[in-house]
Design a protein around this ligand. Structure first.
Ligand SMILES: Cc1cc2nc3c(=O)[nH]c(=O)nc-3n(C[C@H](O)[C@H](O)[C@H](O)COP(=O)(O)OP(=O)(O)OC[C@H]3O[C@@H](n4cnc5c(N)ncnc54)[C@H](O)[C@@H]3O)c2cc1C
Length: 423
């Protein structure tokens, strides 16, 4: 059984591992020269309900990537406003660890390989085609998984944001994102709120070397530094740019919140550089990602696949999806859990077995079906969903799904008969 995964972000890596564990021959295709996609610049996990989702996956035997992020954490169990028991993986060293792990699992990885077309026959994909560097390439498979994300290309960032901010996805160098679902002729869904189409990414990174010694020391010791924004500067910046659903708390309005993810992760979509440099400790500040973090950030959540709760894309028999492609799900954890299910179900499809649908008694199962249902409504398309805050975390708490007790979570998974299902 050959499974082809297109897009090597967290979702694609998780899908590849899950399918390989089911005995499939897996090929993972990534447009750039590195895996992890936007995960190359994130780092926060295990915060709020992400802790529960992570432990559910570990109990279900799908914890491979969480073991790696745990091992590669710079800080564990830290708290920043609204986000207790958070871990921060080291974004500077995460990718090679994941790549080695995938290779150990027998996944064939093709980097600098951008897929730009599909060949279909009788409602199924037969092959995907594209370019590896200058060479034309074609990959045949029994089942395919679209994990191409929703960020970029630059035209999207120009049309709906402040232009290409030169982010880690490096579209001008490697070519922009191409959606496999769209290439199959499936009409995709678009996240929108009022006049805003899609959403701007919510954090930037600064070089630690460009910050004051005091800030750097605090980051090393505590993992987080909270620096009040002087009142006269608050007037200078348009504070609405700081709005990001799970961080829409007063603390983020009055302070600059910086996290140590290897670099200094600044919890705002963008912040004008000249103004930033007026804040004590930031006099020499320099952006590491996006390079134009003083002006804007990437635009995401345009082009999501209509899918069912097994993560099969509607109207294409052998196409599954995960991560941001599977809906308005924000985060590495969210990408890994959906990736794992999509990889597992693609392998089941190959074996002609019924797909697994995770029950609503588990946070992961509930989130997958809740987000799908929400996206059928105009209002639902205006929000984003994450285990880590806002609407979906509120729902987890209301439904009694949130827990930070691994034994309790294990027991819940066991009661559903799902212990070790992904092993
Ligand atoms: C700046 C920033 C900071 C963030 N911080 C955090 C954080 O701290 N914690 C957290 O949980 N979440 C964070 N997020 C969100 C999180 O990174 C994403 O929601 C999640 O990682 C998405 O994973 P994905 O695999 O679905 O998509 P992506 O990460 O977008 O990966 C998609 C991959 O597909 C590739 N691709 C696209 N088209 C093709 C094609 N045609 N052929 C081959 N390859 C293709 C892309 O190059 C990319 O590598 C952050 C996001 C951003 C942008």
């Amino acid at each position: 059984m050959n499974i082809v995964v297109i897009g090597g972000g967290w979702a694609g890596c998780a899908a590849a591992i899950a399918a390989a564990k089911q005995g499939a021959k897996v090929t993972l295709l990534e447009r750039t020269d590195s895996l992890l996609g936007t995960g190359l610049v994130g780092g926060i996990f295990r915060n709020n309900g992400r802790f529960t989702a992570t432990e559910e996956m570990i109990a279900m035997g799908g914890g491979d990537l969480f073991h790696l992020t745990d091992q590669n954490s710079l800080h564990r169990g830290i708290e920043f406003p609204g986000h207790p028991h958070s871990s921060l993986y080291n974004v500077a060293t995460m990718e090679p660890l994941v790549k080695r792990y995938l290779l150990e699992k027998g996944v064939e990885i093709h980097l600098s390989t951008r897929i730009d077309d599909v060949e279909m026959k009788e409602g199924k994909i037969r092959s995907v085609t594209g370019k590896k560097g200058e060479e034309k390439v074609r990959f045949f498979g029994d089942a395919f998984i679209d994990t191409t994300g929703t960020a970029g290309p630059p035209g999207q960032c120009s049309k709906y944001g402040n232009g290409c901010a030169m982010c880690i996805l490096r579209c001008p160098t490697f070519g922009g994102r191409v959606s496999i679902t769209a290439k199959c002729g499936v009409t995709e869904m678009i996240g929108r709120k009022g006049a805003q189409v899609g959403a701007m990414s919510g954090s930037c990174k600064l070089f630690k070397e460009s910050l004051s010694r005091e800030i750097v020391d605090t980051l090393a010791k505590r993992g987080v530094a909270i620096i009040p924004i002087p009142a006269h500067i608050q007037n200078e910046v348009e504070l609405s740019i700081k709005a990001c659903q799970q961080y829409a708390l007063p603390e983020y309005h009055d302070n600059l919140i910086i996290l140590d993810s290897g670099h200094a992760k600044l919890m705002v979509p963008f912040f004008p550089l000249e103004t930033l440099r007026k804040i004590p400790g930031f006099e020499n500040a320099r952006y590491e990602d996006p390079y134009a973090g003083g002006l804007g950030n990437s635009i995401r959540y345009i082009g999501m696949a209509p899918r069912d709760d097994s993560l099969k894309v509607k109207d294409v028999e052998n196409l599954f999806c995960a991560g941001e492609k599977a809906g308005l799900l924000v985060g590495h954890t969210e990408a890994i859990v959906t990736g794992t299910l999509a990889g597992y179900n693609a392998a089941r499809w190959g074996k002609k077995e019924n797909p697994l649908i995770l029950p609503a008694a588990l946070a992961v199962g509930d989130a997958i079906s809740y987000v799908r249902a929400q996206m059928d409504t105009e209002e639902g398309l205006g929000y984003k969903y994450t285990f880590s805050g806002s609407i979906y975390f509120d729902r987890m708490k209301q439904k009694g799904l949130y827990s930070t007790d691994p034994q309790k979570i294990q027991k819940r998974v066991d009661q559903e008969g799902l212990t070790g299902i992904f092993s």
